[in-house]
Design a protein around this ligand. Structure first.
Ligand SMILES: Cc1cc2nc3c(=O)[nH]c(=O)nc-3n(C[C@H](O)[C@H](O)[C@H](O)COP(=O)(O)OP(=O)(O)OC[C@H]3O[C@@H](n4cnc5c(N)ncnc54)[C@H](O)[C@@H]3O)c2cc1C
Length: 504
């Protein structure tokens, strides 16, 4: 049997790859295994949200993703008898370097992350399946089967299930996955479509349901998603069926051709009862699955991973207490729950055959939607939610606001907003970042870091704070503010550091 590992990552979809990227950046010993011989080649999740790009930029991959994808800044909402042109993320997203929705096939996202890992000498062990995982003393005893059929026993301090909706880790940990399946079946195709304005997303809203075209770019220009029409034959998805839907559900003359991928799928709404149970953790689809409405699924998984990786790294190297790992459940379970609720509402309004909702889609929407879209505040709140920039951990146990915080500006638990000077990029390196503002003589004895110097970088931002009144803030390795305060009293900061990053 080999020496114990710190972390075994099970599953190398986008969630597992993101976790591995962060563990590698933190120099944590780990292995990542996936039972499939090759990474996904289908486009699957096509949308990357601004917050995911911000978080991935810390590992130098965001620019590569942006270069490969198409940034959509507009949506054409085709309502009965009128088309609304909706700018996407034009309000509520002014504090991010990525104020757009990036369309890129999941296969490309996985390729970029895999290449990044390879550059850092990390190999994804493909064709390696987790068969069992049993807690035993201080470790989990995991049985793996490799592609040649040979079995190997590995001991790991922590096991993270990034192994998708049918998670083996979840089953082995005995964690329930509660929820329900929607009755509808959906059709999905990557293809060419003549007659659509390029570079924007299109949503057709009709009595029958919703039809979407997203500007995918590669491996085909468009991703089409539609509800399977009631009464239409089941079985294999054909171009004829898709063309019939386009003819019946749109007033436009759309001509579909050259499909690269056509499939059908059912949608579930389920969540894990726990995100952590002892040495087991769940992330991504293993923890939550829901409708693709709003393009949240893969993004939420990647952000789960980037919430967890640095915590595992700090605990494994003895720099943080074991309780830090409990904050994963406290911070991410409400996010997963919120995404399930949001996507369920959007899905129900968009697809229900209830007469009231059909009426709302066909008769009310053409009158009400323009008014709603003109309400800038409501639109900003919507975009803040969909872009995932609004995710915060203000009520989490590791978010503390110190004395003299002004009413304006970020709060403890918020993500660090970007500034015109590119603050996010400046504090993108691994570890914590202590931001200080005001004249240098105010901070004669800073940093109060003792033996933590290799885990905390200090940045003097000059005399003017980007957020008037906030003089010092501690930014966590995942870009969220753990502590902030006004004034020059560092007692609160010291207490916070002693709790979550005790000096050796
Ligand atoms: C057909 C299809 C279309 C989709 N369309 C959309 C969309 O339009 N929008 C959207 O947001 N999302 C969409 N999704 C969902 C999106 O793909 C997922 O949210 C995303 O892949 C989740 O990533 P993950 O890494 O958590 O899990 P996965 O991508 O499922 O990865 C899990 C990995 O774990 C591996 N694994 C499983 N069990 C084991 C084991 N015992 N041992 C070792 N390895 C194991 C699997 O081989 C797999 O590679 C779609 C999914 C599918 C299948």
């Amino acid at each position: 049997m080999t020496a114990p590992l710190d972390v075994l990552v099970v599953g190398a979809g986008p969630t597992g790859l993101a976790l591995a990227t962060q563990l590698r950046a933190c120099a944590t010993p780990f292995r990542i295994v996936d039972r499939s011989l090759d990474r996904a080649r289908e486009s699957r999740a096509p949308a990357i949200q601004p917050r995911t790009l911000e978080m991935l930029s810390a590992f130098g991959v965001a620019d590569d993703l942006v270069d490969r994808g198409s940034a959509a800044v507009g949506l054409h909402l085709h309502l009965p008898r009128r088309v609304l042109h909706v700018p996407v993320f034009d309000v509520g997203c002014d504090d991010t370097p990525y104020p757009f929705l990036l369309f890129l096939p999941q296969s490309e996202t996985e390729a970029v992350l895999t290449a990044r890992l390879a550059e850092r000498d990390v190999t994804v062990e493909r064709g390696t399946e987790l068969l069992s995982a049993e807690p035993e003393d201080a470790h989990v005893r995991c049985r793996l089967r490799r592609r040649d059929g040979a079995e190997e026993t590995v001991r790991a301090r922590y096991v993270v299930g990034c192994d998708g909706a049918h998670s083996t880790v979840r089953a082995r940990a005995g964690i329930d996955f509660e929820g329900y399946a929607y009755p509808q079946t959906f059709l999905l195709a990557d293809l060419e479509a003549e007659g659509l304005e390029p570079g924007v997303a299109h949503t057709y809203m009709s009595a029958a349901g919703l039809l979407f075209f997203f500007p995918l770019g590669t491996p085909a220009t468009w991703r089409m998603i539609a509800m399977h029409p009631p009464g239409a034959p089941g079985g294999e998805v054909t171009l004829d069926l898709l063309q019939r839907i386009a003819d019946d559900w749109t007033p436009d003359r759309l001509s579909l051709c050259d499909p690269v991928w056509m499939t059908s799928f059912r949608i579930h709404n389920r969540g894990a009862a726990h995100y952590r149970k002892g040495p087991f953790f769940l992330a991504g689809d293993a923890a939550h699955i829901h409708s693709p409405a709003g393009g949240q699924g893969m993004n939420t998984g990647i952000q789960d991973a980037l919430n967890l990786g640095w915590k595992l790294a700090h605990v494994c190297r003895g720099a943080a207490p074991e309780e830090l790992l409990d904050t994963y459940q406290a911070e991410r379970a409400p996010v997963g729950h919120g995404v399930r609720r949001l996507t369920d509402r959007a899905f129900t309004v968009g697809t229900s055959s209830h007469p009231a909702l059909r009426l709302a889609r066909t008769r009310l929407a053409p009158h009400v939607a323009p008014l709603l879209l003109r309400a800038t505040g409501a639109r900003a709140r919507l975009f803040r939610t969909v872009s995932e920039l609004g995710i915060h951990y203000r009520r989490g146990p590791a978010s503390v606001t110190g004395p003299r915080r002004p009413r304006q500006g970020p709060r403890a638990g918020d993500r660090l907003p970007d500034t015109p000077a590119g603050l996010q990029r400046r504090v993108a390196g691994p570890g914590y970042h202590l931001l200080l503002t005001g004249p240098a003589h105010l901070w004669p004895e800073v940093p109060p870091l003792g033996g933590r110097r290799d885990l905390v970088s200090t940045h003097h931002l000059g005399t003017r704070s980007p957020w008037p009144g906030i003089t010092h803030a501690l930014v966590r390795p995942d870009g969220y503010v753990g502590y902030l305060a006004g004034g020059t009293d560092l007692t609160g900061l010291r207490t916070h550091l002693d709790r979550w990053l005790p000096a050796p």
